[in-house]
Write a protein that binds this ligand. Structure first.
Ligand SMILES: O=C(O)CCC(=O)C(=O)O
Ligand SMILES: [Fe+2]
Length: 318
């Protein structure tokens, strides 16, 4: 990552973030998904260190060549054993949940999907026994590069991933690969194919959408030299031979720009999901309560645009 894509809190700034988190862990209802807590969190987010808020505002204006920002030295490390049940979420207002909530709310509105992890606003990314080879965040084999919920018309604008516990061997790497860099590796004819609606992305079974209802879409949209990207190398298919080939060329191009981040407790990766793919390297879970544990949030920049999919004051999209 470029130096500019890493922001490290000073000890004093960390203490300031901790004070905001303490306020949120100490105030009823102490439950992340309660509207009152979300409102408190939004207010508390304005007390985050000024230098951090300024950096987040700058990241919102321009995600930079990495399309990701790594914030380090935050408080919020795990205070209990790593859960390992499928679909687990964080309902309690733990320090880590407060921290990722506050930082996320300085970027935009935190949202979730009813059909994914029961619509919880802070989700656990943990390895689950029996799911080692699954292409989901419960797995521990390599997770292919993807845009989060690439199939969804209202996919997140940002994904936040806060490490609250590292893996035993400290080898599990969050991988980020930005199209702003990869696009320059693509031949002109491949770029042209990727900009046409010759692709389909399957929804995960939990979203209950039949494959034949998935609309055709382009992988690259917007300004051709600085496009947005919509692809999941596990779930996106090209409709014809040229489209399939273009996906392979794109996959290789993304591999050439990938950065691997071994997150440690207190590291929060903010991924601009419009321009950056993410994935994860292989690691070996032990299911002993000390496995890797990330908290995850999704952020929308324009809450209004998801209004048809949610209740007036809700944050959970149907
Ligand atoms: O485990 C990771 O580092 C990333 C997993 C992932 O893709 C996700 O939770 O969305
Ligand atoms: Fe993901």
């Amino acid at each position: 990552m470029d130096e500019n894509a890493v922001f490290t809190l000073t000890a004093e700034e960390r203490a300031q973030a901790r004070a905001g988190a303490d306020r949120l862990t100490g105030t009823p209802p102490r439950k992340v998904d309660e509207p009152a807590w979300v409102d408190e969190c939004r207010i508390a987010s304005t007390t985050l260190p000024q230098r951090l808020r300024a950096r987040l505002a700058e990241f919102r204006r321009d995600p930079g060549p990495n399309g990701a920002l790594l914030v380090r030295n935050l408080p919020g490390a795990a205070e209990r054993p790593t859960p390992n049940e499928a679909g687990s979420v964080e309902r309690d207002a733990t320090p880590g949940a407060a921290v990722i909530g506050m930082v996320s709310m300085q970027l935009g509105e935190v949202i979730a999907y009813r059909n994914e992890k029961s619509g919880a606003l802070v989700q656990n990314v943990v390895p689950v026994p029996g799911r080692e080879t699954q292409q989901s965040n419960a797995g521990s084999t390599r997770l292919e590069m993807h845009v989060e919920n690439a199939f969804h018309p209202r996919r997140p604008d940002y994904v936040g991933l806060l490490c609250v516990r590292a893996d035993h061997e400290r080898v599990a790497g969050l991988q980020v690969g930005c199209i702003r860099r990869a696009v320059h590796e693509l031949p002109e004819d491949v770029r042209a194919v990727l900009a046409e609606p010759r692709f389909t992305t399957q929804a995960p079974p939990s979203f209950g959408r039949p494959d034949d209802a998935a609309p055709a879409h382009a992988v690259l949209t917007g300004e051709p030299t600085d496009p947005d990207v919509q692809v999941d190398f596990h779930a996106t298919h090209g409709h014809d031979a040229d489209a399939k080939n273009a996906l392979e060329v794109l996959r290789d191009a993304v591999e050439t720009v990938v950065e691997t981040l071994v997150l440690l407790p207190g590291d929060l990766a903010l991924v601009d999901n419009r321009v950056t793919l993410h994935g994860r390297t292989l690691f070996t879970p032990r299911y002993d309560g000390n496995d890797r544990w990330l908290y995850r949030t999704f952020v929308h920049l324009d809450h209004r645009r998801s209004r048809p999919l949610r209740d007036l004051h809700g944050h959970v999209l149907a």
